[in-house]
Design a protein around this ligand. Structure first.
Ligand SMILES: Cc1ncc(COP(=O)(O)O)c(C=O)c1O
Length: 386
């Protein structure tokens, strides 16, 4: 089946609650009961597939996990309370003290903090490099490689096929696929071992729930991640959130198409504007990663970053120009997060990536699904009023 159908039907003939509802109920229960101790014991021995406790498995979560597994073409998925819950739990499940992690140097702020500052406290050696420049010598000695492509917020594109070729078969590669979603890119088919998502973003699509997902291609690892770590860390997704993500997935492909169309128009508009210095968008031929993005993505996504030129009417510093532009916007809401129907704007150096090595002049747009003419009009007046 094709992705639009899979996003709606998932495993078409699987009954999650047994009542043939078109829209499944929210299984808002902490626990599930047994008819006898023997049945409970068999369940704990994995001799049947009964649900036990929603911190481990729940029908709403399972439906979501089945769908994302199909869409990413993986072997299993586990849902989490947030994208960070997914990332932190997966990383902790893969390491023992003394192991080595290599990460791209530009990643979401909290992922950066977890890798650079928290993992080393547990004896894990972490290195952050520009993976676009990685060669065989630099890649030696790491058990795990972690990256986002496109990366938040500079949209760096990392060639996944080439990365796998450079590091060989024994290194675990984790790709945060939040920006692309499986509609635009399937990292597991390009050499990755695990995909992580902040489902909070495009998968939910409406900015009303926090959640995360891990998809893996080795089915045997599922019970280690789910029962050995997720269950013990308590980073489980809530059933209502899973219900919202299941609903979000149904329209994912249509929404992604709209985000991509709007973003492409805005990127072209910005690139042609005299007050704009640089546009970071993988769909522009002028963008460094464009050719790789063309090879490994089906379209270029809804996030654009850009910088304004120097010396506009005495607004001196990089930072001031970016702040004035953002404050001038009327329709774009100043907010972190992305992937929502509403267009959002932020300055990563001041918000999501505070304290990291990101230029204060970079403005990040999370382009929504409003009419393109209204979005461009808003950007136009914000630039004009600089
Ligand atoms: C690329 C990326 N990964 C992970 C996360 C973390 O996700 P969550 O906020 O759901 O914990 C974010 C959040 O902005 C993100 O942009």
């Amino acid at each position: 089946m094709k992705t639009k159908t899979l996003s709606i039907h998932g495993l078409n003939n699987k009954e999650y609650s047994g009542n043939k509802e078109l829209t499944p109920p929210i299984n808002q229960t902490a626990t599930f009961y047994f008819d006898s101790i023997e049945e409970g014991e068999q369940t704990f021995e994995f001799e049947n597939n009964q649900y036990v406790y929603s911190r481990g498995r729940n029908p709403n979560l399972e439906e979501l996990e089945d769908k994302i597994t199909l869409l990413e073409e993986g072997a299993f998925a586990v849902s989490f309370s947030s994208g960070m819950g997914a990332i932190a739990t997966l990383l902790m499940s893969l390491f023992k003290s003394g192991d080595n992690l290599l990460s791209h140097n530009i990643v979401y702020g909290s992922s950066h903090n977890f890798i650079a500052n928290i993992l080393p406290q547990y004896g894990i050696n972490t290195t952050m490099l520009d993976l676009r420049k990685l060669d065989r010598d630099m890649a030696k000695g790491y058990e795990v490689i972690y990256l986002e492509t496109p990366a938040n917020p500079t949209l760096d594109i990392i060639d996944l096929r080439k990365l796998r070729e450079i590091v060989g078969d024994d290194t675990v590669i984790i790709v945060d696929n939040t920006f692309a979603t499986p509609i635009l890119q399937q990292p597991l088919l390009l050499g990755a071992d695990f995909v992580v998502h902040s489902a909070t973003k495009y998968i939910g699509g409406h900015g009303d729930a926090i959640g995360g997902l891990v998809v893996g291609k080795d089915k045997e690892f599922e019970s280690i991640l789910r029962f050995g770590y997720m269950c013990e860390f308590g980073t489980a997704m809530a059933p209502f959130n899973a219900w919202l993500f299941n609903r979000g997935l149904k329209t994912l492909e249509y929404r992604i198409k709209g985000h991509c169309q709007n973003a492409m128009e805005i990127a072209k508009y910005l690139e042609a504007h005299e007050k704009v210095k640089k546009v970071y968008y993988p769909g522009l031929p002028s963008f460094e990663g464009h050719l790789i993005a063309e090879k490994q993505m089906k379209n270029f996504g809804g996030i654009i970053s850009f910088e304004i030129i120097e010396g506009i009417r005495g607004i001196g510093s990089d930072e001031e120009r970016a702040i004035t532009f953002v404050n001038n916007l009327k329709l774009f809401k100043i907010a972190v997060s992305l992937g929502d129907t509403e267009s959002l704007v932020e300055i990563p150096a001041k918000m999501t990536h505070k304290g990291l090595d990101i230029k204060p002049s970079i403005i990040r747009l999370a382009v929504g699904l409003e009419d393109i003419e209204d979005l461009i009009e808003d950007i136009e007046q914000a630039l004009e009023n600089l």
